[in-house]
Ligand binder design. Structure first.
Ligand SMILES: Nc1nc2c([nH]c(=O)n2[C@@H]2O[C@H](COP(=O)(O)OP(=O)(O)OP(=O)(O)O)[C@@H](O)[C@H]2O)c(=O)[nH]1
Ligand SMILES: [Mg+2]
Length: 135
């Protein structure tokens, strides 16, 4: 089975909102919401892939990113390892550069079921962190 290494960006603004994009109806995990990102190419580090993918998909230039863990998941047809980065510093304003719908969601209001299964543990972590900050 194919095993993809994927760099994924949790873009978070000063109001603790996170930038989400909707996957196209023709892609793997069609119509689900995701954190922008994509496959790490040969010779690239995860961080380099993150910077390239976020420029391609959202138009921003990432100026700082913090690795916040990874997740491994086997779908029916493909295995993925997601390398997550928290992005709080960038230049420009993120938008759906490839025509994908997008929205900002408060960290505490992320809904796991809207995301591919590989994201569920991270969503739980982010929600928990947001709940703790609110208390
Ligand atoms: N970008 C992204 N991909 C995710 C997430 N969760 C998750 O399971 N994936 C999976 O990771 C795999 C690769 O991501 P991708 O489709 O964004 O890759 P890419 O941008 O390089 O796609 P491309 O082939 O259209 O250039 C897909 O199978 C996708 O379903 C997520 O939150 N963000
Ligand atoms: Mg992508």
């Amino acid at each position: 089975m194919k095993h993809l290494q994927v760099a994924v960006g949790v873009i978070r603004n000063a109001s603790h909102e996170i930038f989400l994009a909707q996957r196209s109806s023709s892609s793997h995990m069609a119509n689900m919401w995701e954190f922008p990102g994509g496959k790490i190419e040969l010779g690239e580090s995860a961080q380099q892939a993150l910077v390239r993918e976020l420029a391609e998909e959202t138009g921003i230039e990432v100026t700082q990113a913090e690795a916040i863990g990874s997740a491994d998941h086997t779908y029916e047809d493909v295995r993925v390892t997601l390398h997550f980065f928290l992005v709080e510093q960038w230049q420009g304003e993120p938008w759906g550069r490839e025509g994908q719908p997008q929205r900002w969601v408060k960290q505490a209001e992320l809904v796991a079921e809207e995301f591919p299964p590989a994201n569920h543990a991270l969503i739980a972590r982010l929600r928990q962190e947001a709940a703790q900050l609110a208390n």
